[in-house]
Design a protein around this ligand. Structure first.
Ligand SMILES: [Zn+2]
Ligand SMILES: [Zn+2]
Length: 292
């Protein structure tokens, strides 16, 4: 197969293994899940070994070998509040543990908010959080190939940090073991932050810059979402592929660009009905199949 692998974020409602069934029903080639409720400080799921086996077996059959766990939204890895920071690092480590149990390699996280502190403060704080998590990975004898923490770019309206490419560079410069750290680029967040990825030229310029600042092959995952918010609006509102302000040319480039060969790409687009993900995936597959 030529090009990236495309899939979607799926619900684990009722039982985590059902996420794999839901993904297959939507013709996904890869998968992202929350392992717990994303908007509460809930405890992590206490899965029985039977349920875990079902998830692992189904994933294997589906060839979902690099499923991503998305961190819940409340943890804040750049928080200046010591208690909240500690709690946030604990959730990250719990999610790492979950990824061990369900045998998935990626944990993707937002970078939180330093609540008025500057970029340098935030970068150091995130790097501290990553150091704790990576120390844990090393204690468990994990390799970067088996376990990796992916940092996702945010958009700016809600004062979230990690909107700029340079933020990744400064975090990486403070992390002890950067081999365990990858990047996830969310196209809707990048666009509404002001990165104009609508044309192949703009697109390549931005991804070249990411490579220059963070090292080649640092990007391990893409969130492929069109944007309801306009360029630079800071509005985090995802739209169906080709129906937002980013437009189809960007997604054609994503499907065709050699640098993304074999990378997983995950839709976080609206689920208006049960076919929504499949319709977006069908469109992307059409773009992927075009030969120049
Ligand atoms: Zn996210
Ligand atoms: Zn995203």
């Amino acid at each position: 197969m030529f090009g990236p692998r495309i899939g979607a974020h799926k619900s684990i409602a009722k039982s985590i293994d059902l996420a794999v069934d839901r993904a297959l029903a939507s013709t996904c080639e890869c998968l992202q899940i929350f392992s717990r409720s994303p908007r509460r400080w809930a405890k992590g799921s206490n899965l029985s070994s039977e349920v875990i086996d079902r998830f692992v077996n189904k994933s294997e059959k589906a060839n979902f070998f690099d499923t991503t766990i998305h961190m819940p939204y409340l943890p804040n890895l750049s928080s200046p509040d010591e208690k909240l920071f500690e709690k946030s690092v604990n959730v990250l480590i719990e999610e790492i543990d979950m990824s061990f149990r369900i045998q998935t390699p990626f944990i993707v996280t937002h970078l939180g908010s330093p609540k008025g502190h500057d970029d340098m403060y935030a970068a150091k704080q995130v790097a501290n959080a990553l150091d704790s998590a990576i120390e844990y990975l090393q204690q468990k004898n994990r390799t970067p190939k088996a376990s990796m923490i992916l940092l996702e770019n945010s958009t700016s309206k809600k004062k979230l940090w990690g909107t700029k490419i340079e933020n990744f560079e400064s975090i990486l410069s403070h992390v002890q073991e950067d081999a365990f750290v990858g990047i996830c680029i969310d196209t809707a967040h990048a666009f509404s932050t002001g990165y104009d990825i609508r044309t192949p030229e703009g697109f390549n310029e931005i991804f070249d810059k990411i490579n220059d600042l963070t090292g080649n092959n640092r990007i391990k995952l893409l969130h492929i979402n069109d944007s309801k918010g306009e360029l630079g609006s800071g509005i985090d509102h995802h739209e169906h592929i080709g129906q937002g302000h980013i437009g189809i040319a960007c997604f054609r480039e994503l499907m065709q660009n050699k640098r993304f060969e074999n990378l997983p790409m995950i839709l976080e687009t609206p689920k208006d009905d049960i076919d929504s993900d499949k319709q977006n995936l069908d469109l992307l597959r059409e773009l992927r199949s075009i030969r120049n």
